[in-house]
Design a protein around this ligand. Structure first.
Ligand code: CTP
Length: 210
């Protein structure tokens, strides 16, 4: 197989309220970083990561971002060059409308924050999939109706593979859920994220060589 370019997003995004406070999602970035390591077997890897405590894998292009908008800008920059896009980031769906440039002082009573939508990065790039030439892989973290909700995202975001995860996966070294494709649901019970990364990249190789 010819060398491929794999673009991956990982970790959470942070949306600042003021220079000190932010809203975010709970995500260690472990799954995305393990996928970046494993993806080296397919070719060149570009990892766009929100803030994490992890060391990026060696031998890849690593781009650090903070917010969803920054992540989206970087994805747009590299998407046209990639053969595979793995959207593993826990992107904040909302950001604060008027983030304060100074630290917000304690006020009496309630503090109201107005939140506005962030771009859905995976949904936006799925519109430019270019006649199925590019492989799109997404993740879904669900507290209920795991398979059904993930399947809905699979269809809406025109994915080739979606990995449905249970909340116990967050910050853990293990994952529990299912790998879903158009015609298959492969359930897995608590496996290491490293093993899961190997399986996912194996499945992507399968799609690439089909
Ligand atoms: N995703 C993204 N940009 C967003 C939200 C999600 O790129 N603003 C990607 C994630 O990386 C993941 C997939 O879309 O691959 C599903 O993310 P998830 O947070 O599970 O679902 P949402 O589409 O945000 O839907 P909801 O929050 O309503 O469950």
């Amino acid at each position: 197989m010819k060398k491929k370019v794999v673009l991956i997003t990982a970790g959470p995004t942070k949306e600042y309220i003021d220079p000190i406070r932010f809203i975010s999602n709970d995500s260690s970035g472990k799954m995305g970083y393990l996928l970046a390591e494993e993806s080296k077997k397919l070719g060149d890897v570009i990892l766009i990561s929100g803030p994490t405590c992890l060391k990026p894998p060696k031998g890849i292009k690593f781009i650090k971002v903070i917010s969803a908008s920054e992540m989206f800008n970087q994805v747009k920059k590299y998407f046209n060059k990639c053969d595979v896009f793995i959207s593993c980031a826990a992107v904040s769906d909302y950001k604060v409308k008027n983030a304060s440039k100074d630290k917000i002082k304690k006020t009496i009573g309630k503090l109201k924050l107005e939140l506005i939508s962030n771009p859905d990065i995976l949904l936006e790039v799925s519109k430019e999939k270019y006649n199925n030439k590019r492989i799109l892989v997404g993740f879904a973290l669900e507290t209920n109706n795991l398979i059904k909700n993930a399947q809905n995202k699979f269809i809406k975001k025109k994915l080739d593979i979606i990995i449905a995860n249970e909340p116990s996966t967050i910050n853990s070294d293990r994952s529990k859920g299912a790998i879903i494709t158009e015609d298959k649901i492969k359930k897995f019970k608590s496996i290491s994220k490293k093993s899961l990364a190997e399986i996912i990249i194996g499945d992507i190789r399968g799609v690439l060589t089909r």
